[in-house]
Design a protein around this ligand. Structure first.
Ligand SMILES: Cc1ncc(COP(=O)(O)O)c(C=O)c1O
Length: 467
């Protein structure tokens, strides 16, 4: 009998027990979402302390799946940071679109390994379709290929691996076979305000976190086109579309023609900002970036696909393939695209299905609408804070706002009070020497009421601080 060898063989069939469990998981999930409006965005200290119930040694024997789920909902749900309600403005965190969330349930149920077409035709095909949709929305050249990875860090890593391959192959060096010891040198040029994930990726690739030429930036963090160093065919130039603090864009239209003429490889870290290209209103910020050779972006940021989901896109996809492909007699390749040829991983989650589902639900106008709506909310925050006498430190060009409430101490105390009070959540940063609160409006779920409630909470928290 199926399942009779299991410990504590259930009276009901395995299939019935599983159905009941999944229904209960769905009820718990809905219960969680129903409480989103009243939940404090940061979990209480009590809820975090109660997580100790989930610690302890691995039990010597099995626990029923119902008990496991109960433990998760009872102790896990209250210790989450409430991201679904649209009042989390920390880091650059999107929400998760209903279609992407529902797709992730189904994908989990399918239990696909998205390494090869033969292991999951649906995962391989939807991923390929989604990559093409993203290419189109971002206005990137036809023929660009890519990989669906865990986020912009791995997207930067993957795209820069393709760049490393291309530049060294040009110099007659096979980096995948022979490594970097004794290889011809490559110069990497980045802006002074490049995101640390770019330097991390360079470190992972053996090119060194510090072995870079840094280009000075302006007061918004934009690379200064007039300060570019010498570029040549052995240079990787890393531009940025959307600074994590200010949202500012490097002047790609001025820089890219120079870099292309020099034969440099241009890489763009556009973790969130590149999605501005999907909006008729905001695409004025992105001209020139389409001239690059590779791009890194996140689908778990502005497109709100849910974690984890990023994309590495490469104009000459063969360069990515050369850096990533993996072969063994048992790894049977088909006629169609095999994801593992382009990805750093072999076995992997079918996150491309969630990407496909979220983008299909949005369509072009839905994506544009998220960019436009969240940016309008950011402007409203900036206006409300400015009118109350607080200093906005950046030009609010997209969805990012930096505000100072006065001294560093007062700004940090305001942020701490705001997080404790729980209406919304914002983090801190230091922008070019000034301590600031960051507001990143990235969730599809944020509405005008969320903005007004959050603004009131910010002003109240600031008003409670001395100075
Ligand atoms: C410009 C930029 N690049 C890279 C990253 C890293 O993205 P991820 O956390 O998805 O790896 C971020 C994160 O905010 C970012 O803003």
């Amino acid at each position: 009998m199926p399942g009779s060898h299991l410990p504590h063989a259930p009276a009901v069939s395995v299939a019935d027990a599983r159905t009941a469990l999944l229904k209960r998981a769905a009820r718990d999930a809905m219960d969680y979402l129903e409480g989103e409006d009243t939940r404090s965005v940061a979990p209480s200290a009590k809820a975090v302390a109660a997580l100790c119930a989930l610690r302890g040694p691995l039990p010597p024997g099995p626990t029923s799946a119902e008990t496991v789920l109960h433990l998760l909902h009872e102790y896990g749900s209250p210790a989450t940071v409430a991201k679904t309600a649209g009042r989390f403005f920390g880091f650059v965190n999107g929400g998760c679109l209903p279609a992407a969330l529902a797709a992730s349930w189904l994908v989990g149920t399918w239990d696909q390994n998205a390494a090869h077409h033969i292991q999951s035709p649906v995962a391989a095909q939807l991923e390929e379709t989604a990559i093409e949709w993203v290419r189109e929305m971002l206005g990137l050249p036809k023929g660009t290929g890519g990989a669906v990875v865990t986020g912009a860090t791995m997207a930067n890593f993957s795209a820069l691996a393709a760049a490393r391959h291309a530049l060294l192959a040009r110099a007659g060096w096979d980096v995948e076979a022979d490594g970097l010891f004794g290889a011809p040198p490559i110069t990497v040029v980045i802006g002074e305000e490049a995101h640390p994930s770019v330097t991390k990726a360079l470190g992972l690739l053996g090119m060194g976190r510090k072995r870079v030429v840094k280009v000075p930036v302006d007061g918004q963090g934009r690379m200064r086109a007039d300060a570019l160093p010498h570029l040549d065919a052995q240079t990787i130039l890393c531009l940025q579309a959307g600074n994590v603090n200010t949202g500012a864009f490097d002047p790609a239209a001025a820089i890219c023609p120079i870099a292309r003429a020099a034969g440099a490889w241009i890489h763009v870290d556009g973790a969130f900002g590149l999605w501005a290209a999907a909006s008729p209103e905001y695409k004025r910020l992105t001209p020139g970036f389409e001239q690059a050779d590779s791009w890194a972006t996140d689908a778990h940021k502005w497109p709100n696909i849910g974690y984890d989901c990023g994309l590495a896109l490469v104009r000459d996809a063969e360069m990515l393939r050369a850096a990533m492909s993996i072969h063994a007699p048992y790894l049977v390749h088909g006629e169609t695209r095999d994801p593992s040829d382009y990805n750093p991983e072999l076995s992997r989650r079918a996150r491309g299905v969630e990407l496909w589902a979220g983008l299909r639900s949005l369509g072009r106008s839905g994506m544009a609408n998220i960019v436009e709506r969240t940016s309008a909310h950011a402007r409203r925050f900036a206006q409300g804070l400015h009118e109350a006498g607080y200093k906005i430190l950046n030009d609010v060009v997209i969805n990012q706002v930096l505000v100072s409430f006065g001294s560093p101490e007062k700004t940090l105390a305001t942020i701490a009070r705001l997080q404790e009070e729980g209406t919304c959540w914002c983090g801190s940063t230091v922008w070019q020497g000034h301590t600031a609160m960051r507001i990143s409006v990235s969730s599809w779920a944020t509405n005008k009421d969320d903005v007004e409630r959050s603004l009131a909470a910010m002003l109240k928290a600031a008003g409670q601080q001395a100075g």
